[in-house]
Design a protein around this ligand. Structure first.
Ligand code: NI
Length: 226
């Protein structure tokens, strides 16, 4: 499932992030690439332990902790500290798949990357190209969202970032280990939760809401690894 999560950051938070990122030092993005993807990757990143990456990472994770759509869609168990990248001057990231397991630097924690997230920090009119293209069984989806919006997609997908031919594409990217590892099971839970929320709005007194909520939690109990 590929899902867009709007307004993870508000416009003043995006502006704050852009000011800090503009002043940060950037390095070759291959520092966090695996063996295969290092050859496909051409971009710049803020070093993982840079104070700006930490500050903005906390801002993003704090916002996601309060975002009902993210929580429902990702069922997060662990979230990797966000990284920040920039593509300009024809840079791109050719087709690749993200590493399955990532150690969190400076900790004994490892994250299984069930979901990949890209949070756009530049508006579409600031650059040409730079679409995130994600392949699934229904074809290729090209994603280019307003600043502050995020896309969540299965980390198992082949994906690429198209060449940026004008301006700069700036984004945060990170991974989520979900309580529910299987994308199909997680999608069913998300669809069920979405239906229950709608039912609660349309028929708040109907007891079927309680029954369906029980089904939701009993499926989650069956599938969650915590
Ligand atoms: Ni990737």
């Amino acid at each position: 499932m590929l899902i867009e999560i709007p307004d993870v950051l508000q416009s003043e938070e995006v502006a704050h992030a852009r000011r800090l990122l503009d002043a940060a030092e950037w390095v070759d993005g291959r520092v966090t690439a695996g063996h295969q993807s290092a050859r496909a990757k051409d971009n710049a990143q803020v070093p993982q332990d840079h104070p700006v990456a930490r500050e903005l990472g906390s801002l993003i994770l704090g916002s996601l902790e309060r975002n009902p759509l993210f929580l429902s869609a990702a069922l997060p168990q662990r979230v990797y500290p966000p990284l920040f990248n920039r593509y300009s001057g024809g840079q791109s990231f050719r087709n690749h798949v993200d590493n399955a397991v990532r150690p969190v630097p400076g900790t004994p924690i490892r994250i299984r990357t069930d979901l990949s997230a890209t949070l756009f920090l530049a508006d579409p009119d600031e650059y040409d190209g730079g679409e995130l293209c994600v392949e699934d069984t229904y074809g290729v989806h090209a994603v280019k969202l307003p600043a502050g919006h995020m896309v969540l997609y299965p980390a198992s997908s082949l994906h690429n970032v198209q060449a940026v031919t004008r301006g700069a594409r700036i984004a945060a990217f990170f991974w989520i280990q979900s309580m529910v590892r299987d994308d199909g099971a997680r999608t069913l839970l998300f669809d069920l939760d979405t239906a229950i929320q709608r039912l609660g709005l349309d028929l708040p007194e109907h007891e079927v809401g309680t029954q369906l909520t029980a089904v939701y939690h009993n499926l989650l109990r069956r599938w969650a690894e915590v």
